[in-house]
Structures are given as C-alpha cells and as structure tokens.
Design a protein around this ligand. Sequence first.
Ligand SMILES: Cc1cc2nc3c(=O)[nH]c(=O)nc-3n(C[C@H](O)[C@H](O)[C@H](O)COP(=O)(O)OP(=O)(O)OC[C@H]3O[C@@H](n4cnc5c(N)ncnc54)[C@H](O)[C@@H]3O)c2cc1C
Length: 346
Amino acid sequence: MYDVIVIGAGPAGSSAAKELASNGYAVLLVEKMKMPREKSCSGILIKKSMDLVQHYFGEETPKFVQCTPTDNRGMIFINDKGEEFRFEQEGLNIWRSSFDHWLAEKAQEAGAEVRQSTTAISCEEKDDCIVVQFKNDKIYYETAKFVIACDGAVSTIKRKLLGTPGNYITTYQTFNKGTIDLDPHYFYAYLQPRLSEYDAWFNVKDDDLIFGVAVKDTSRLEHYHSEFISYMYTQHNVKIEKQVKSEQWIMPHIMPGCPVDFCKGRVLFAGETAGFLNPMGEGISSGLESGHAAAQAIMQTSRKSHMPDEHALLSAYRENTAELRTYMLRQWRFVASIASTFSHMK
Ligand SMILES: Cc1cc2nc3c(=O)[nH]c(=O)nc-3n(C[C@H](O)[C@H](O)[C@H](O)COP(=O)(O)OP(=O)(O)OC[C@H]3O[C@@H](n4cnc5c(N)ncnc54)[C@H](O)[C@@H]3O)c2cc1C
C-alpha cells in the first residue's frame, strides 16, 4: 500500500508528489499521457510561480524549458472601454511540455514512483484504504491511505466522487507566422465583450504569434477568433503569413467568490481539479501552491494519527490554502473593477 497516490503530473501533482516523497512518504504519481506531453497554455511563469518553483523544487526554472523571448516583462490588460492597464513584473516564457516533464522528474528524483501512460479510472474509499482503479494495457488496482486528485479541469475522478457537473469555458488559440507592432515581451489580455465571452489574448512563443479566445458557447469560437484577428489588424497592424497550429482546451469557469472543492473523504483535490485558478487564467502558481498545501495537510494530520479523521484533514487543507484563496479573490476584485464582463458575471 502506498501512503499517497497522486493522480496527474501537472504542476499541482508534481509539487504534491515532490513534497511528500522528500519527506519520506511512499508516493505513486500517475500520469495518463507519455511525458513530455502537450498542455495548451500561454506558458507564462509569473514571478510568484518562479519563486514557488525555487522554493518547492530547490532550483531555478532551467533554460531548456524556456522559449523566446525568455523573459516575460508583465501583462497588459485592455478593458471593455479600450483602456490599458500595464503591470510590469519579472516573469518567464516556458513550454509546458518540457516544464511539466522537468517537474515530474524532480518528484521522481525525490523518491516518488512515476507511472506514465496510465489513466486513473476511479477511487473507492474503504475503512482502511482507498482503492484506485487504473488502466494502461490492462485494468488493475492499487491502494493508498490518501489520494490527491490533480487530474486537471475535467477531472473524471472528482466528477465521479462528487457527482456534480463541471462548469467550464473553452479556449481556442492559433499559432501563426507573421508580424505585429507589439512588444513580444508582454502578455496582452483583451476584455472587450465583442472579442470573446471571457477574454482574448496575444503572446509570442519562439517565432509564433499566438491569438486566443475563451468562450462558453463553443459554436462561437471561430467567430470570436476572427473578430479578434480583425481587431488586431486595425489596432496593431498584424500580418499573418501562415497559421501553423491550433489548440482547443477546457478550463474551469471561475465564478465570483472563487468556489473550491477541497476533498471527498481522504481524496483531496488540488490545482484546477479543486478550482484553484486565477480569474485571468493564470493557474501554474495556484497549481503548485495547492498541490504543496494538500501534501502538507496529509503530513500534518498523519503525523498525529495513522488514519486521520476527515475533518482534521479538511481543516488543515483549508488553512494551508487560505492565503491562496485570498489572492484569488483579490485578483477577481481587480478584473471585476476594470471590466464589466467580469463584474456582471453570475
Ligand atoms: C489556453 C490556456 C492558457 C493558459 N496560460 C497560462 C499561463 O500563461 N500561465 C499560467 O500560470 N497558467 C496558464 N493557464 C492555466 C494552466 O495551464 C493551468 O491552470 C495549470 O496547468 C493547472 O495545473 P494542474 O496541475 O491543476 O492541471 P494540469 O496542468 O491540467 O495537469 C493535469 C494532468 O493530469 C493528467 N490526467 C488527466 N486525467 C488523468 C487521469 N484520469 N489519470 C492520470 N492522469 C490524468 C493530464 O494528462 C495532465 O498531465 C492556461 C490555460 C489555458 C487553457
């Protein structure tokens, strides 16, 4: 029996597995894809994420996971009235495939057993353990005292345990060769309702110009994306020579109050699975922080008793993430204060 099974090797899963393994816990980290795997993302590590990587993994983010321009210098928001808000801040531009692979390797070096190309199907809580069903080329089971589900926005594990429907937005971004009159060192977010149902964004990775939109109604994706390109043409003289790639993804729809699902019994939820995501779609820092907080909650309560009661576990996890929730709520108040898209959201 493992002490902890961690499901999903994104930032949340790897930070949880690293923390537990470094402290002598027997940890199995399971990832459904073969790593390095793709994850649709703008790949901006804000200063907070850079600091958390250093703090939790004991190293700076390595050069080989970075893309050009390597330094992100901040974010520029354009609100529904076309007003600009600039936030200068140190940051990094990374590829998620190599960044997430590196984090998982660090968890493995700390002693976690990492099992790739393996999907967790379900968790069943018994009196003395949790039974997790897996699938690779066969169906089989493993047991643990605790599970941390970090299987991302869609989380089949959480949906099966809670039985509640997910609330998602769909993201769509295209990678293009071309030119634009904008500084590639910044991430640009556009909050005008005619450009998206949530936000639209522009950033640069290696030589690609990336244009993205987020919607509730997926049938409107192409419409908003072409509105956004037209807007960027009139405002910033974009010239697209060739579209090289497009990606569609899902993220949790963060609502006012930033609700979070912490756990079901001894199965804790972390990262996007729990709802830890900042309103502008920045979720690497909250993934790292909540994964670490879940691991700490297990360590704090299992030191006192072999099989801690669920209330002690929940209250330790709540306490460990209190600051993170305050940060999310502060971010929410900020976007609601600058754009009606967010202040009118119900
Ligand atoms: C278009 C877009 C742009 C974004 N840009 C940024 C950005 O610039 N900066 C930022 O900080 N955040 C950004 N985000 C948000 C960020 O990507 C997420 O918040 C972050 O990845 C969440 O981390 P996580 O560990 O919770 O989940 P994930 O990173 O989604 O990891 C979940 C892992 O679980 C695995 N998995 C899923 N199901 C199972 C299963 N059943 N069994 C085993 N494994 C499973 C998946 O393969 C995956 O590896 C962006 C998101 C999108 C969609």
